[in-house]
Ligand binder design. Structure first.
Ligand SMILES: NC(=O)c1ccc[n+]([C@@H]2O[C@H](COP(=O)([O-])OP(=O)(O)OC[C@H]3O[C@@H](n4cnc5c(N)ncnc54)[C@H](O)[C@@H]3O)[C@@H](O)[C@H]2O)c1
Length: 283
């Protein structure tokens, strides 16, 4: 029996990257999963978001572990759609114990030339989209009367200023404020709320030419790189973000923190910001 046997977790942005890793890791520990992802692109984002096939692969991996899963194509910017997706997941799986509000986007816009659309897409997805998932989950968790845990995925960018990420940093810092308020408001129900702050993580969000070009101007779209090949000078620039001499962490490193906060091991941990950032914010 895994430590999360009998529990149900909702994970947003579950089709690929960290979201898939969290969903699969929680399932391995025994939880059934309500998975949601937009599975479509957003115009202002410079790299492709997940596809329906990505979400199918997450479902397959969860089922292979013998766990149940309810997956929907849901945009976290839409509170009504998110609530409906969570309601139908709870109707099928019977309860809700854990929230991992993970869906997010990143794009690089200089503060002085950023379009209003870019700002709104970022705040709507990375801040409002965290609220919609918490809001959709709360009635079920409170009504369940068994407590629970919410893990909100923020970023090292909530703690340090980063180039061309003013909208992203504002959203991720906003998630900390939301977390603190919810931690206080939901504490009487024994529902804990915490944030995780990853440094660069090896996913499609940052392993793309737009990021390469930001870190090492001229290394991006103009240059030619193999599919999974990160140019040396770019890897070196990624390394410069962290205190430890590594370029990035893996999605599983964040999943370990998610499972700790979601499980009995973290039963009195609430209102905290857990950095998994190779010392980046301490620099
Ligand atoms: N990769 C990094 O370096 C890094 C660092 C710190 C924090 N984060 C955060 O981690 C989280 C996961 O990102 P990732 O690295 O796995 O990137 P990713 O792009 O691989 O995954 C993000 C997922 O969210 C989904 N998504 C995007 N907008 C959505 C919307 N409106 N509604 C529903 N789903 C949506 C995408 O389709 C995708 O499947 C994000 O919140 C991100 O900001 C990432």
């Amino acid at each position: 029996m895994g430590p999360l046997e009998g529990k149900v977790a909702v994970v947003s942005g579950a089709a690929r990257g960290q979201g898939r890793a969290h969903a699969v890791h929680l399932a391995r520990e025994g939880a059934d999963i309500i998975a949601m992802d937009i599975c479509a692109d957003i115009d202002t984002v410079h790299y492709p978001l997940a596809t329906p096939e990505d979400l199918d692969e997450t479902v397959t991996e969860i089922k292979r572990l013998g766990r149940r899963v309810v997956a929907t194509r849901t945009d976290v910017r839409d509170p009504t759609a998110v609530a409906a997706a969570i309601d139908s997941g709870v109707a099928e799986l019977g309860r809700l114990d854990i929230v991992v509000a993970n869906a997010g986007i990143a794009m690089y816009d200089a503060a002085d030339t950023m379009s209003a659309q870019s700002w709104h897409d970022m705040i709507d997805t990375n801040l409002t989209g965290v609220w919609t998932v918490c809001r959709g989950a709360m009635p079920h968790m409170i009504e369940g009367g068994r407590g629970g845990a919410m893990v909100l995925i923020s970023s090292v960018a909530a703690h340090v200023g980063m180039l061309h990420l003013s909208h992203y940093s504002a959203a991720k810092a906003g998630v900390v404020g939301l977390m603190r308020a919810l931690a206080v408001e939901l504490a009487p129900h024994m529902i804990r709320v915490n944030t995780i702050h990853p440094t660069s993580v090896n996913t499609a969000m940052i392993i793309n030419e737009g990021t390469y070009d930001l870190l090492v101007p001229g290394s991006g779209p103009a240059a030619r790189h193999g599919a999974n090949e990160v140019p040396d000078e770019v890897a070196k620039a990624f390394k410069g973000i962290n205190a430890m001499p590594i370029a990035w962490v893996e999605p599983q490193d964040i999943s370990e923190a998610v499972v700790f906060l979601a499980s009995e091991s973290g039963r009195y941990v609430s209102g905290t910001q857990l950095s998994v950032d190779a010392g980046a914010a301490a620099k």
